[in-house]
Ligand binder design. Structure first.
Ligand code: TNX
Length: 644
């Protein structure tokens, strides 16, 4: 009898514990380690009290939550030490070994909410999950009307898979203001990123005030505004005003570092040398090996590099620092003294990527140095430079890291490698016992196009959301202890404003967040795609732009055995219908539905396609010239008769 009562009681409780998130409309990005739901809801009271005890960092989190709650709900919200508070943020007295330094447990109960963590960062992440459990209006900029402010009852245990969960923001190619960077931080922490890599210097601008080298920002931060396809612009005339750009003062940097700290984000500064250094050279031409550098100007997007050489980039003008010039190391010492003081994070990133060597080859000073040091190759020359730079970085009490080119010609002894040209540099470095952050172009380059070139602002490559979601930072056969984590890189050559920056960042950034935070076995593309769509509604409330490219169709063009064009259409997400026309009509769901590969009717010039879901258009219409598909299939292009 006792046994059967026990059985009945267990069945009763189990019946109340539903499976996974997804039930009750719960949708959290990144997917938590474990989430259980219980029937019922917690209603936020009209007077919300947040209990946050005893620690400044916990207090930051509580105040951020209070601010957002007060703004969006219009309820009265206070932070104090009340044991009967509605929302309780508690640091564990005895450490919970499962959740580590950034994990948390979150319980939404019928009477209150309780988040527990070993460290303040965990409470912060618990709060991010809590916000995603609330109605979407919590993201709003003003008090929402007619919202039932209630949450499902849940019990969450959650902690990250990787310690380094980064996003790189290139503020050098196009400058983004301090406020815009703060906004970037606000968005990234929602998805539990904890590292902001700021690409602070490049050919197009030097973005950080260095007091001992004032020309870096009086000259180096300014170029001429152009719009269009960056990289193809004509050189500006000598008298055009150089008033486009900007930089962060040291006070700005301190403010950003503090802002990031309150949100548990470390800022990694990058000073990109010896390549990508035209802004520095234009400011201080004596840093160059090349005569005539006094005439160099900060780049405004004109062509300065020939990428067609298989051996690496060939520069049309010398955008490098001279490794054979002592002044360069004195310069870097000054820069790094100030950078190291401004950024508390333990690493400084020193770039090292895409350094053209064709001007170095012409330099007598370099020839002499190579002879003296027994250096045989230009890669060896860069390696010599990197080792000296590592010493300077370390002399400032920091750890040295760089892009995977720093492996070429021999890696500096303690260097940490950021692997971008695929994972192989990272694997090699890890096998040599170096720390690695994975940010391979084929999964993590957020400047790449998200959909077909026909409907996206043109960039030289494509990275679809589904592929970004397949990012696996830990390669087979590599000791996990050397893979610190991963990051997405948002390069800004083609980013002219904040709205477009957001469009490129989301939702791919959310996909990467899940790859970096969630357990591998919790990843599920179909479920992630559903969550992404739900999250769009939250982003609408928050007025943050994003791309809906995941609903577009994908064209695959092939030539068959008879050299005819075969067109395959597919979609990233399941459950979409594709309608198409070959006769220039605008397609809708009254036109043929795609079922199997298409052959092109004779003389057709255009394939127009659109996706539908449940009878409603959902993707963008893409008008695809047949000749473009022929080109993609490696077939001859037809001459098109002129319109009547
Ligand atoms: C490569 S990734 C670069 C950047 C460009 C980017 C554009 C890396 C270390 N270098 O300078 O902005 O490609 O996708």
């Amino acid at each position: 009898m006792r046994k059967s009562i026990c059985f009945l009681v267990s069945v009763f409780f189990l019946g109340h514990i539903l499976a996974q998130s997804g039930d009750k409309g719960i949708s959290i990005i990144p997917e938590p380690v474990s989430l259980k739901t219980v029937a019922g809801v917690y209603k936020l009271p009209s007077n919300i009290v947040i209990d946050a005890k005893g620690n400044k960092e916990v207090d930051y989190t509580a105040r951020l939550l209070a601010k957002q709650l007060a703004l969006a709900t219009g309820h009265k919200v206070s932070v104090n030490n009340s044991a009967s508070a509605s929302i309780r943020l508690l640091l564990n007295k005895t450490s919970n070994p499962i959740i580590g330094d950034e994990g948390y447990t979150l319980d939404v109960r019928p009477t209150h909410i309780i988040i527990k963590a070993n460290k303040p960062a965990g409470l912060f992440y618990g709060v991010q999950t809590l916000l995603q459990l609330m109605p979407k209006e919590i993201e709003g900029k003003a008090a929402a009307k007619n919202v039932a402010w209630q949450l499902p009852l849940v019990s969450v245990t959650d902690y990250p898979r990787f310690q380094w969960r980064g996003l790189m923001f290139d503020v050098a190619r196009h400058f983004f203001t301090k406020e815009q960077v703060k906004d970037f931080i606000d968005q990234m922490v929602k998805y539990k990123f904890n590292l902001l890599h700021m690409h602070l210097t490049d050919d197009e601008g030097w973005r950080i005030e260095i007091k001992s080298l004032p020309k870096l920002t009086s000259v180096g931060a300014w170029n001429v505004k152009r719009v269009g396809y960056f990289g193809t612009f004509a050189p500006p005339a000598a008298d055009e005003p150089r008033d486009y750009g900007g930089f962060y003062t040291q006070d700005d940097i301190r403010e950003l570092v503090q802002y990031a700290k309150e949100r548990f984000v470390n800022i990694l500064p990058e000073i990109d040398v010896p390549g990508h250094s035209l802004a520095a050279v234009a400011s201080y031409p004596e840093l160059s090996c090349t005569p005539g550098a006094e005439n160099y100007k900060v780049r405004s997007g004109e062509e300065i590099m020939d990428w067609s050489h298989p051996g690496g980039p060939v520069a049309l003008l010398d955008n490098t620092l001279c490794p054979a010039n002592d002044k360069v190391y004195e310069f870097l010492d000054k820069v790094l003294t100030e950078v190291a003081q401004l950024f508390p994070f333990e690493y400084i990133h020193m770039g090292g990527d895409e350094c053209p060597k064709n001007f170095w080859e012409k330099s007598d000073a370099i020839k002499v140095l190579m002879q003296k040091e027994g250096i045989k190759t230009m890669e060896g020359m860069q390696s010599y430079f990197e080792k000296k730079v590592e010493k300077i970085v370390e002399s400032k009490g920091k750890k040295f890291m760089g892009w995977d080119e720093i492996l070429e010609g021999g890696l500096a002894p303690n260097a940490v490698v950021m692997s971008w040209r695929g994972m192989k540099g990272g694997i090699e470095a890890a096998k040599m016992g170096h720390g690695v952050v994975m940010s391979p172009t084929n999964f993590a380059y957020l400047d790449y196009m998200q959909s077909d070139d026909m409907v996206e602002p043109h960039v030289y490559a494509t990275l679809r959301l589904k592929t970004a979601y397949e990012f696996e930072p830990l390669p087979d056969g590599v000791d996990p202890k050397f893979i610190i984590g991963g990051q997405g890189n948002l390069w800004s050559e083609q980013l002219y404003n904040v709205r477009h920056m957001q469009y490129m960042l989301w939702p791919r950034g959310q996909a990467l967040a899940e790859c970096l935070w969630s357990p591998k076995d919790k990843k599920n593309w179909d479920w992630f795609a559903k969550k992404t769509e739900k999250n769009f509604e939250r982003m609408d409330e928050g007025q943050v732009k994003y791309s809906r490219a995941l609903f577009d169709q994908i064209f695959t063009a092939k030539k068959d055995a008879k050299d005819s064009l075969q067109i395959l259409l597919s979609t990233e997400v399941n459950g979409l219908d594709i309608y198409y026309t070959f006769d220039n009509s605008q397609p809708d769901n009254f036109f043929p539905k795609y079922e199997s590969p298409l052959s092109v009717p004779k003389e057709a010039v255009m394939l127009k396609v659109i996706t539908y879901r449940n009878g409603k258009p959902i993707g963008r219409q893409i008008d695809m010239p047949i000749n473009e598909l022929r080109k993609r299939a490696g077939l001859k292009i037809y001459g098109i008769p002129k319109n009547e």
